[in-house]
Design a protein around this ligand. Structure first.
Ligand code: UTP
Length: 292
């Protein structure tokens, strides 16, 4: 089996939790300080050596295609004004050696359907899926961590983390053959189980390495939870034929698809920002320090 060269970014969802901000703007373009959420995910994939970035976009997501395109007018303007630092920032939007490919998902029929839209471009090779809403902040790119697990075990790998039991209804949740360990073989997976029905508190969090066999199961999908074609259901079928591993990644996860998670990411990454981090931290400690 080949190495991971392609990453799929399903970004065709409605982003309804951020309305009205997402009425015309894709939620993936919301910035954490000065960088759009989607750019963090693309940089994570590029750090794993991935060269082909496949975006599954919807009608209101043209800004994402524009963001990863060359901005001739802006670049010329910055050159003529001598703003070379800014020019470098604009040029670095697209990591070196990376191709961006855009596919339209005509209707938001679910994450499983969005991934299936990438089949013609991915072809018969293993690939990564990154949900940009899950911003994973670690010293090593989580996609790189998972690609390393894939390269060793040569089977699909899902990024997982422990969540509070009462939160299982927001995630795909796995059961595993062992009760502990960073890498475990998955024995079952269910989408958004109620806490009382959840097989564990190990939740799948926005990162997948999948073998191309997943496409056959995606093609056979019937609408599942919330009437959508669920990636979880295709993975459930896949693991009857192949090993699928759960990998507990090393990184802090921010759920940027949710207002509170987004604000947490903004504060924490803002405090570490190289330009304004120190001033922002001072501001927070002066403004919100507990009284002496
Ligand atoms: P979410 O469940 O977060 O949905 O999708 P959403 O529409 O983006 O956001 P809310 O809940 O309305 O606020 C999980 C991921 O799957 C993608 C989304 O873009 C997101 O990255 N997705 C979902 C698609 O690309 N197509 C779909 O049909 C559904």
């Amino acid at each position: 089996m080949k190495r991971i060269r392609k990453a799929v970014f399903p970004v065709a969802g409605l982003g309804s939790r951020f309305l009205p901000a997402t009425k015309v703007m894709p939620k993936e373009m919301l910035p954490i300080v000065d960088k759009p959420i989607i750019q963090y995910a693309v940089e994570e994939a590029a750090d794993a050596g991935i060269t082909d970035m496949v975006f599954i976009i919807g009608r209101t997501k043209r800004a994402i295609a524009d963001h990863f395109d060359k901005a001739y007018e802006l670049e010329n303007e910055l050159v003529s004004r001598g703003k070379h630092d800014m020019l470098k920032i604009v040029e670095d939007t697209i990591p070196r050696g990376v191709n961006c490919i855009f596919i339209r998902q005509a209707e938001a029929l679910g994450l499983g359907h969005a991934v299936l839209c990438a089949e013609a471009v991915v072809g018969n090779e293993p690939f990564a899926v990154l949900l940009a809403d899950d911003l994973l902040d670690g010293s090593v790119s989580v996609t790189k961590q998972m690609a390393d697990v894939f390269n060793y075990h040569r089977c699909s790998v899902l990024g997982v983390m422990e969540v509070p039991r009462e939160a299982t209804g927001s995630y795909g949740v796995v059961s595993t053959e062992k009760d502990s360990g960073e890498i475990r073989r998955i024995s079952g997976i269910v989408e958004k189980p109620k806490p009382e029905n959840a097989p564990s508190n190990l939740a799948v969090v926005g990162r997948y390495i999948l073998t191309p066999q997943i496409f056959e199961h995606l093609r056979n999908l019937k609408p599942g939870t919330h009437g959508e074609l669920q990636l979880t259901d295709a993975i459930s079928a896949l693991l009857r034929e192949e090993s699928v591993l759960a990998y507990q990644f090393n990184a802090t996860r921010y759920d940027c698809g949710d207002k509170l998670g987004y604000l947490k990411a903004m504060v924490e990454l803002g405090m570490r920002h190289k330009e304004i981090g120190a001033d922002f931290s001072d501001f927070l400690s002066q403004r919100f320090a507990p009284p002496a």
